[in-house]
Design a protein around this ligand. Structure first.
Ligand SMILES: [Cu+2]
Length: 182
């Protein structure tokens, strides 16, 4: 008689353990699927697969003149898109421009869109594509930080911190494309 009770308890314990183990195996599985994992780092506002880095906002030498912004956007795992707008906190208006040599002179023209190819990077840099910044707020000061946001043709956005540098900063040395703004 004595031996039957522990045996029954032991069986009950094993059965319970098995039931928990089965539940433990079947329940978490859907949460480990790739789509669920991807949705964690892709909020509706942020373009999935798009990475924005190396953002710099350069202040003009003369107050009231436009500033300029540079950055790199990598469309790593994202699909082909168009970059349609750039916004910098503290700038009333931003225009995408391209620089090109024409008749021995560096000239700029506005860009409505810039193609972002899947798996490729596009650089906005001195002497090439850049963003002109108009109506700069006094709150933008060299040594500070602001936010730079890009908008894609499907409405997705990506935002990054941009360091604010003065016109005499190291970043200004190679900026031949903006002599005509100063
Ligand atoms: Cu320009």
């Amino acid at each position: 008689m004595r031996a039957q009770v522990p045996a029954r308890l032991a069986f009950a314990t094993v059965s319970l353990g098995l039931a928990l183990a089965l539940a433990g195996c079947s329940k978490p599985a859907p949460q480990e699927s790739p789509s669920a994992a991807a949705s964690l780092d892709a909020t509706p506002e942020n373009a999935p697969g798009t990475t924005l880095t190396d953002a710099t906002v350069q202040l003009p030498a003369v107050a009231g003149n436009p500033g300029v912004a540079y950055f790199t956007v990598a469309q790593g795992s994202g699909p082909d898109r168009q970059l349609v707008a750039v916004h910098v906190d503290g700038a009333g208006r931003a225009e995408m421009h391209e620089s090109a040599m024409k008749d021995g002179m560096m000239q700029m023209s506005p860009l409505q869109t810039v193609a972002l190819q899947s798996g490729k990077s596009v650089e906005f840099k001195p002497g090439g594509n850049h963003v002109m910044l108009f109506d700069l707020a006094p709150s933008l000061k060299a040594g500070g930080v602001t936010e730079l946001t890009i908008t894609l043709d499907n409405g997705d956005k990506a935002t990054t911190k941009a360091k604010v540098v003065g016109p005499g900063g190291a970043e200004a040395a190679g900026d031949m494309g903006h002599m005509d703004h100063m």
